[in-house]
Design a protein around this ligand. Sequence first.
Ligand code: BGC
Length: 767
Amino acid sequence: MRKIPLIIILAISFISIISCKKDKKVVQTDNANGKIEQKVDSVLALMTLAEKIGQMNQYNGSWDVTGPASGVNDKEKETRLKNGGVGSMLNVLSVKATREAQKTVMENSRLKIPLIIGYDVIHGYKTIFPIPLGESASWDLDIIKESAAIAASEASAAGIHWTFAPMIDVSRDARWGRVMEGSGEDPYLTAKIGVARVQGFQGDDLTKNNTIAACAKHFAGYGFAEAGRDYNTVNVGEYELHNMILPPFKAAAEAGVATFMNSFNEIDGIPATGHKVLQRDILKDGWNWDGFMVSDWGSIGEMIAHGYAKDKKHAAEIAANAGSDMDMESYAYVAHLEALVKEGKVKEGVIDDAVKRILRVKFKLGLFVDPYKYCNEEREKNEIFTKENQDFSREVAKKSIVLLKNETNLLPLTKTGKTIAVIGPLADDKDTPLGNWRAKGGRDTAVSLLEGIQNAVPPSIKVTYAEGCSIVTDKGIGSTFLLPLKFNKTDKSGFQKAINVAKNADVVVLAIGEMALQTGEGRSQADIGFAGVQQELLEAILKVNKNVIITLMNGRPMDISWAAQHVPSILECWHLGSQSGNAIADVLFGDYNPSGKLPVSFPYHVGQEPLYYNQKMTGRPFSPQHVTFSGYRDAPKEALYPFGYGLSYTTFEYKNLQLDKTEIPVSGEIKVSVEITNTGKRDGEEVVQLYIRDLVGSLTRPIKELKGFEKINLKSGETKTVTFTINSKTLQFYTVNKKWEVEPGNFEIWIGTDSKASLKATFNVVE
Ligand code: BGC
């Protein structure tokens, strides 16, 4: 069903003929940039100002797009679709709905420029993968890329062209609810994972029908919200911005991410949506990035509440001039841009630039060739939530689990005759593992922990169950996006049954933590301990059975310091997605040896937040002997479980750290190698991590920075040598000269199992 208007076909073919005549030898595919640029220009030349502004307007599919519009606002949206007044829609789901929306445009508008349809496909479409923070704990770029590719394939089979992912906001504060959506506290790891996700979503060819456009969000600084309160003020200096916040975005831009989304927060007084330096000077001009910037939901209008714009018209003027190309749900562009251009407050060149960017992405996706390329009912029926996709989700889930503690080697459990008590509010929960931002992951469609254990054990093992308590007073509310949760602070009526079940078991697997909607957008918390009466349940169980394994389910680092002191084994199980229970059982019984590593520091106390390993030294470094040091008098300064941390059922020994030279020029290169031996009885995987410190800089430098990692497999008794290359890319930073440079001087280097790595060497960089 190809419906490209004649006017556009003529314009495009005219340009194609010219380009063929100019250089007969150049064979350009549809995707070749030169050819796309000519097509973009040719379409732009046909457009009226109103049609251009229409492209910059994105609407939510709030009404049933397969039926007639209902409310006044919906009718207006439908009329605008017909008049070429809408360039994009979001939240239009299913082949039927996306086809109808596209048809409305293709069959009614003058130029018939196809819509681009977006949706938050964050960690899967219907087959749900671990939440991004959990998946990041795998440190496995191949599986992360593949899980994004599967998400893209399922979403595209349901008509979606574009995902608002990956979120690559570095986030250091566990109180912030959106920690779950990113890759944690480190810019290097976040950049690597962000690129893997972009590559997974977009593949190597956006014109294929199973790849979709990605969106690097939220530009920028959103993860640095003061006190972890969502949407809050961000105050970072220029150097912190460049060295800590921007690197993942730069990497995504270099990887060819099709779109960016700006953020709700202000940075140093300027809302990101109206931030010209960020959007134009740094991203578009500085990094030479040619995709388009969509605003966050209503963020153009929100500049009024920020006190930065006096009304919507003013907001539209600021945002367009600053480089926000598409207006998501503020209705500011559609209402005011035309007048602003006529008044000379926004130049038509600004509009042209935005429209070209949007058209470019539509051309790259192949939407001009076939606007219905994702509308295939067969694919929708056969390629979503398949057995293969769920099997892969289990793979990713088991690799995302982090073994935090295993003091008495309670784990792995043998599969021989015993009684296992499965207890806790999350033990038989089929919804929580899907996490927040679960797209079309249907309510209660995850494999619960109880089911996973039952699936795994032979008949000789007896599995008993008790809920113990619930986390909220009304479980139904737990899945309603906008309602706040009401925690159960009093009802302990289930305790006695749980205690009895625990008493009569050899071992207890206790599933506690956070419900899905305790994290995610707007879900900041001042208390990051166990909500409700969970802590009391834990203590009551531990009194009658010491063999407790906590399977923690959560979307942020939590304060689990009491548990860490008293419980022998703890598995960090995040919100692991559709196959959660099976994946946890794989690890509990040792069918998979855990290999995950924390992408965030876990605190002893919420008062330590924001907590991150790559902190600065200060003028009064920590000293337990003195009061006037930089730390706390009533809590440790360090993390309970540091960044990069995670145990295995085997043990690894690091030795023989060697540098091929100890002095290099700024453009030089050092090879650093280390030997790792699996000294335990099981085969296992280890994430070998490289950290550096630049001792003296034109700006103060972090005490440690991750600069490389490699995940390796080691058989029991096996030794491998891992080699990293250190070069100017590793050593440079955004210096006082406002450039990325390597500064000569002394460096320290560590390689090890986590950010506390102690195997150390030094080298010098000379002029
Ligand atoms: C979020 C974005 C999301 C958008 C569309 C906003 O509230 O901040 O991350 O992509 O909604 O759903």
